[in-house]
Ligand binder design. Structure first.
Ligand code: GMT
Length: 391
């Protein structure tokens, strides 16, 4: 067998295609690995939001799930497993990297078993809700624990998530912390931002929020904070994304008489063009395992105002690269925003510090290299016994 310490690798990446951080990280990692000369096969049930269909170095395999009268719930997991196994055999995948424990890590582990005696290790990256929500649902606890135990390596996007994983599952296996990253060339300040002129024709302050409007994001609090701001100074709120709480936000905006000051843009794939238009980026989530949206805002020079919870303090340095609001103060988030907007020079210093931290502490290349090092280590350790895994 060829030594895997130098040669280009053939990597299978499994991810969700939705507008969520885990899919974004998986696709951008795929692109970064391809740029380093590796071949990447991406598996998902639809083209992921950030996948570039013209990028010939990342091969997308859309997994189709056929329906059959007997299937009340079409078995996507099995279709995925079958497709990954087929490609792994055809192209000789060296390893599989699953983003999100369920069902991706389980599918990857099944493929690993199917391909024996050839060894195709599985690296699993936990992103947050796969542990904090899904993994705690009794229906999924055991499979999540199994996936964590059997993966050759498990990585977490923050210290917070690693601690949560240990706490929730009572496991003591090694968990690598590999933070998320941002492409500082794609996400950067644009001064003057042409879109700012569209959002704030009269020179108003621009506040922005980007999410999938799931309850964990507490998006209605963004509207409340904005109402506090708009009561004291000219301002525009730009809400990007779509999801369960969007209707509640629209109703709140209507009730508060803010319709002409709030723009609902729906899901957008080019947030790098929108974020530079913002002065502040609001993220009042109940928690975030990391908060990739805040990191992307920072890279664009939009100062994040986020909850002091979960992994957000690992991304935002309170008072230096943004502000962290204690959960009990969230109803008064607008006051924090007003304080920041009242000092434009200090806000500019904070925006510059945010950009600088984003592109140094969370630069893309070192993180992609870190994943590559993990792959090579896992491949090299094939013959060594790994006491923490059951394999
Ligand atoms: O937050 C979401 O709704 C999406 C979710 C996902 O799995 O795609 O995001 C999680 O993973 C991101 C990438 O690692 C993190 O930046 C987010 O903080 C995390 N979301 C939560 O923990 C709520």
């Amino acid at each position: 067998m060829t030594d895997a310490s130098e040669r280009p690798l053939s990597v299978g990446i499994l991810c969700y295609p939705t507008f969520g951080g885990s899919g974004v990280v998986a696709v951008e990692l795929a692109q970064g690995l391809a740029q380093r000369g590796h071949t990447v096969h991406l598996f998902s049930y639809a083209p992921p939001a950030r996948h570039d269909p013209f990028d010939e170095r990342v091969h997308l395999h859309e997994v189709a799930v056929s329906s059959y009268p007997l299937f009340r719930y079409p078995p996507y997991d099995l279709a995925l497993t079958s497709r990954v196994a087929e490609v792994a055999e055809d192209v000789g995948l060296d390893l599989i990297h699953a983003h999100y424990a369920i069902p991706h890590a389980m599918a990857a582990l099944a493929v690993k078993d199917m391909l024996r005696p050839r060894r195709v290790p599985v690296v699993t990256t936990l992103h947050g809700t796969d542990i904090t929500v899904v993994g705690q649902d009794p229906s999924y606890t055991r499979v999540t624990r199994y996936a964590l135990a059997r993966s050759d390596r498990v990585t977490c996007v923050s210290e917070y998530l690693a601690e949560e994983t240990r706490r929730v599952f009572g496991i003591d296996r090694k968990l690598d912390i590999v933070p998320n990253f941002v492409d500082g060339e794609r996400f950067h300040p644009i001064r003057p931002s042409p879109l700012r002129g569209c959002f704030a024709r009269g020179g108003e302050s621009v506040l922005m929020h980007v999410s999938n409007f799931r309850p964990v994001k507490q998006t209605p609090l963004v509207v409340d904070a904005f109402a506090q701001v708009a009561a004291e100074r000219p301002a525009t709120l730009v809400l990007v994304g779509d999801g369960p709480d969007r209707a509640a936000c629209e109703a709140r905006v209507q009730t508060l008489g803010l319709r002409s000051h709030v723009r609902f843009l729906g899901a957008q794939s080019d947030v790098e063009n929108l974020l530079p238009a913002a002065d502040l980026f609001l993220l009042p989530s109940r928690y975030e395992s990391f908060g990739l949206a805040a990191l992307e805002a920072m890279a664009c020079g939009a100062v994040p105002l986020a909850t002091k919870a979960g992994g957000l303090p690992e991304v935002i340095e309170d008072g230096v690269t943004g502000r962290l609001v204690p959960p009990e103060d969230l109803p008064d988030m607008g006051r924090y925003a007003l304080d920041l907007l009242a000092e434009p020079e200090q806000l500019a210093v904070m925006a510059a510090a945010a950009r600088s931290a984003a592109v140094t502490r969370f630069a893309r290349e070192p993180v992609v290299a870190r994943y590559e090092a993990i792959y090579r280590d896992v491949l090299a350790s094939g013959s060594r016994p790994r006491p923490e895994t059951a394999d």
